[in-house]
Write a protein that binds this ligand. Structure first.
Ligand code: FES
Ligand SMILES: [Fe+2]
Length: 435
């Protein structure tokens, strides 16, 4: 249980708030590389700040990033640099505050659609059409600066950094390099990010929210194996949570390896789920998934597909509950837009949640003192294919399956994504059901 004041301190991430300052020490995924390839300007809202993300170049075309590369080949195209890559600016034009997400890219920058002022990725005003006509010798544009942040591509995602300079390393997890079919899935979740992240360190929910609920949904009145022991082990980039169930023992990887509550706002179990704070009452769920491709010939995706999963069932007006992360969303949103933690009754199953809150609270003080919070990496030499603990890592990437595995995590996978995956599966010598 937290007091209302403690609750406010931990969940609010707007500009100037203590947790907002802490969360601004990290990179956050805000878009897919493929999105900006298709449409080079995108409205973004991150931690209560309205921003515009764009791909630098004529019509966005001179950025050289591709979805299939691990880093999308983007340079550090953010503030203070003004190089090719991605720009991330305040949403409202410094001229008369029009919405820059309705602008377009050209000549190395973003053109405001209202009066045509042009801004580069560093936020410098590089053209002011009528002003330059009326006063060719004036240097008005040199006095205009849009607030500029950093954006960088990695793993088919575009990441934003809106904290103080210098920015830390954008994590280079080894999983990004594994051979497989990757896809990125976004969901809009209308509640605060912290209750989503508390779910990343809540082992017992698997048994009920996923296993037993899924049994009931199938009309099965049985119960899945029950948890008998929980453990938590902190490391540099997060906290591993360990468990023993009635059908496993302490030799099992559920206990010896566990799963990762990845700092500060993600879950890693072989795939990634980031809970990105849009504002205090909205979260962007970003899922990064990898599925097996048969054989061992080199395999690179030209483009990592991205799609948006619906959260609501339009027929009923209720949340979709058929898929694993949709089940999570019902729990997160069910706690309210912001969980009223002063009404909680925490027990032994909540040790991880208590640990998470304690660690974040300690980091608030560290950030206030000018230090780096947990998980911030500044040594580029250590940011090369950094490994994270993963169950089944030693038997290869994937357990062998006869047919391509179905996608169990989120509802609404577009048929063309499934079709592309199945086509690749077959092209690499695999069999499809019915072959
Ligand atoms: S408001 Fe953007 S150019 Fe005038
Ligand atoms: Fe879950």
């Amino acid at each position: 249980m937290l007091t209302r004041e403690q609750n406010d301190l931990l969940h609010k991430v707007g500009p100037g708030s203590p947790m907002g300052e802490l969360m601004r020490r990290y990179w956050h995924p805000v878009a897919a590389v493929g999105e900006l390839d298709d449409e080079p300007v995108k409205a973004v809202r991150l931690m209560g700040e309205d921003l515009v993300l764009f791909k630098v170049g004529p019509n966005g075309a001179n950025g050289d990033s591709i979805g299939g590369g691990v880093d999308g080949s983007s340079k550090d195209g953010g503030a203070n640099g003004g190089v090719d890559g991605y720009g991330l600016l305040e949403r409202h034009c410094p001229h008369r505050r029009a919405d820059l997400s309705y602008g377009w890219t050209e000549e190395g920058g973003l053109r405001c659609s209202y009066h045509g002022w042009l801004f580069d990725a560093a936020g410098r005003c590089i053209a002011q059409p009528f002003e330059q006509t009326a006063h060719p010798d004036a240097a008005f544009k040199d006095k205009v600066q849009a607030r500029a942040y950093r954006a960088q591509a990695k793993a088919g995602l575009i990441w934003a950094y809106i904290g103080p300079d210098p920015s830390p390393e954008l994590w280079d997890w080894d999983r990004y390099y594994d051979r497989g079919y990757k896809q990125v899935v976004f969901s809009d979740v209308p509640c605060n990010w912290l209750q989503c992240q508390e779910n990343s360190i809540d082992p017992v929910h698997f048994e009920w929210l996923h296993s037993n609920w899924s049994l009931r949904r199938k009309g099965d009145a049985g119960y899945s194996p029950t948890h008998t022991r929980l453990g938590f082990d902190e490391f540099e980039f997060g906290i591993r949570y360990l468990r023993v169930r009635s059908d496993t023992d302490e030799e099992n990887e559920l206990w010896t390896v566990g799963r990762v509550c990845l700092w500060p706002n993600a879950l890693y179990t072989g795939h990634f789920e980031w809970r990105v704070p849009v504002d205090d009452e909205n979260t962007l769920s970003v899922g990064w998934f990898i599925d097996p491709i048969p054989g061992d010939e080199p395999f690179e995706q030209e483009r990592i597909p991205h799609w948006r999963s619906p959260a609501l069932d339009e027929r009923t007006g209720r949340w979709i509950t058929s898929h694993i992360m949709n089940q999570d969303f019902t729990a997160w949103t069910g706690q309210g837009a912001v969980s009223d933690r002063w009404n909680e009754h925490l027990g032994e199953s909540d040790r991880g949640v208590i640990l998470l809150r304690k660690r974040l609270t300690e980091d608030l003080a560290i950030v206030e003192d000018g230090g780096d919070p947990k998980g911030v990496l500044r040594d580029a030499a250590r940011n090369v294919k950094t490994p994270l603990p993963r169950i089944r890592a030693e038997i290869g990437q994937f357990a062998p399956t006869a047919h391509p595995p179905r996608f169990p995590f989120l509802a609404g996978q577009p048929p063309e994504v499934a079709a592309e995956y199945h086509g690749l599966w077959k092209a690499h010598g695999g069999a499809l059901p019915g072959d």
